[in-house]
Design a protein around this ligand. Structure first.
Ligand code: TRP
Length: 327
């Protein structure tokens, strides 16, 4: 039987190379072998961003344009918007009835996020219940595999426990979703910190060439190589992982060798990377421009995907309502 893959992403707006290599390429590859559902987790965004919703629509559409640019194919995968499929809310409610509070409170992600909330007040019911909503997200499609980053593994563990308990109580046979580690992006931001929108150190799929050039030319490289004649350390260098992802293997080997031998300087190395980016990025950039010029079509893709998702979700939910005797 065909395996089902489900994953979601919060609407964060334009995506960067970290998203491309850490998540999107992986999602796109899974389309060849599995029935895939990818959705914009807009309700999830509200669990932490309920005080800043002004840009929500813009964040949704810009992110989906990047999904399409990265090769997610609405003919092969179901791309949808969580809030357009109300079944997620209904199953979330039903699952919440059987989920012990202690399971949610012990969730390590919950404790971490609470302690790093910054100015946000996360002492809400919605934030505590977040993993139950995530469980509903995948159970509705009977997901076998859920591609996620390592930070999400505790949520998937919790999802499996919730499903097991729910199955046991109501005599159901819903599959327990398995985390499928996507492997995190090896790319750091241009300043050597974690690549993140908030650090303003990311290269975006939507960046123009002058912007990309400036970012690459100003990139921090190898802090252990203060002088041009010092031998370099590709394994410590911020730039080198970009080569591994964007330069051909035949080009990477001499770059590594010449960097270590100090016969290649960081400035020239950056020009080599720019050449590789000029070869690898246009495929994404062109697709992005194409969809950007037809935003209404992108909304239409989400509407169609949401209708398909709704039909599948409703079938699962009918069986669940019957088991719980609330139909
Ligand atoms: N919690 C995920 C994140 O913050 C997003 C998400 C919501 C998700 N629902 C999901 C991921 C279901 C996988 C499956 O990144």
């Amino acid at each position: 039987m065909e395996e089902v893959v489900v994953s979601g992403m919060r609407p964060t707006g334009k995506l960067h190379l970290g998203h491309l290599h850490g998540v999107l390429t992986n999602w796109a590859d899974l389309q060849a072998r599995h029935r895939c559902y990818y959705f914009v987790a807009d309700w999830h965004a509200l669990t932490t961003e309920y005080e800043s919703v002004a840009d929500m629509r813009e964040s949704v559409i810009e992110m989906v344009i990047d999904w399409l640019a990265a090769g997610l194919d609405p003919e092969r995968s179901t791309l949808f918007l969580q809030s357009e499929v109300k079944q997620h809310a209904e199953l979330y409610l039903l699952l919440s009835m059987v989920t012990p509070l202690g399971w949610l409170e012990r969730n390590p992600t919950y404790k971490d996020a609470m302690s790093q909330a910054g100015g946000k007040d996360l002492s809400t019911y919605g934030f505590l219940g977040y993993p139950i909503l995530q469980t509903a997200d995948v159970v509705l499609y009977r997901a076998n595999h859920v591609p996620v980053g390592a930070d999400q593994v505790p949520h998937l563990e919790l999802a499996r426990e919730i499903v097991r308990r729910f199955n046991h109580l109501f005599g159901l046979k819903l599959p327990e979703p398995q985390a499928l580690l996507t492997g995190t992006s090896k790319l750091l931001g241009t300043d050597g910190r974690k690549m993140s929108k908030s650090f303003n150190n990311a290269i975006y799929l939507s960046d123009s060439w002058p912007v990309i050039e400036e970012k690459v030319r100003n990139m921090v490289t190898d802090v252990q190589r203060p002088r041009r004649n010092d031998p370099g350390h590709p394994d410590l260098c911020v730039l080198f992982p970009y080569h591994k992802l964007h330069s051909t293997p035949e080009a990477v080997a001499p770059i590594e060798r010449d960097c270590r031998a100090a016969t290649l300087g960081c400035r020239e190395d950056k020009e080599l990377l720019l050449e590789s980016l000029r070869r690898t990025l246009p495929a994404y950039q062109e697709r992005r421009r194409e969809y950007e010029a037809q935003r209404e079509r992108v909304w239409e893709i989400l509407r169609e995907g949401s209708a398909r998702a709704r039909a599948v979700a409703e079938t699962t939910l009918r069986e669940i309502r019957e088991a719980v005797r609330v139909n």
